[in-house]
Design a protein around this ligand. Sequence first.
Ligand code: 5GP
Length: 253
Amino acid sequence: MARRKKIYEGKAKILYEGPEPGTIVQYFKDDATAYNAQKKAVIEGKGVLNNRLSEFFMTGLGQIGVPTHFIRRLNMREQLVRSVEIIPLEVIVRNYAAGTMSQRLGLEEGTQLPRPIVEYCYKDDSLGDPLVTEEHIAAFGWASQQDMDDILSLALRVNDFMSGLLLGVGIRLIDFKIEVGRVFEGDFQRLVIADEISPDSCRLWDIETGAKLDKDVFRRDLGNLADAYTEVATRLGVMPKNATPITKPTLIN
Ligand code: 5GP
């Protein structure tokens, strides 16, 4: 059998050419990185959990009419997605101050914001994904005004959906990052949520204890990352309560 073609390998995922034109296979690795890949580790089972959780969030978004790139999960570590042209922005939505916003503005982590705040970072690892304004985005032509209106509306819809879903299982959505891609249909383009939505790209705090259930567990050495992600997956019903812990790397087909 011919080896499938690798299109791109990132820090947490590998993209392979999909079986049909316009599709891509997204493979979730166990690799964890933080601080622009200065800190690295392999966390057994992380890829499996993120594959399942991203499937869960993207499917739910699709059901309420928020377009995403997700087509279907293929196996434990892979999902079939639509090929998109990624807009070179990280779109961050914050409900509570944390991370770089706390550092930048001197706000205590966990301070509730007056309303959700959307920020944009230019996607460039070599620059450390710098914060940019809509002025930069327009001037450098990364997205049009119409795109920005659509991106803001998508980001806030994702925020409402995710906040409600997580609140229902005792988790506070502090902030998250999404990526948006363009899909071309004839002469028209449509924007869809792309990449992944998982505890790698969100801050999730237990409502009762404030315990962190996201990648900060790895970034800040707070415990076992796979246990934290398993807790999120179990509460959301993505993993059965008595499932055997994912401790062995899973081979791809
Ligand atoms: P901060 O700007 O505070 O570091 O991050 C804000 C939110 O966006 C956090 O939920 C964080 O996990 C997410 N985020 C920011 N940059 C990245 C990134 O490069 N990769 C991932 N996976 N998430 C990011």
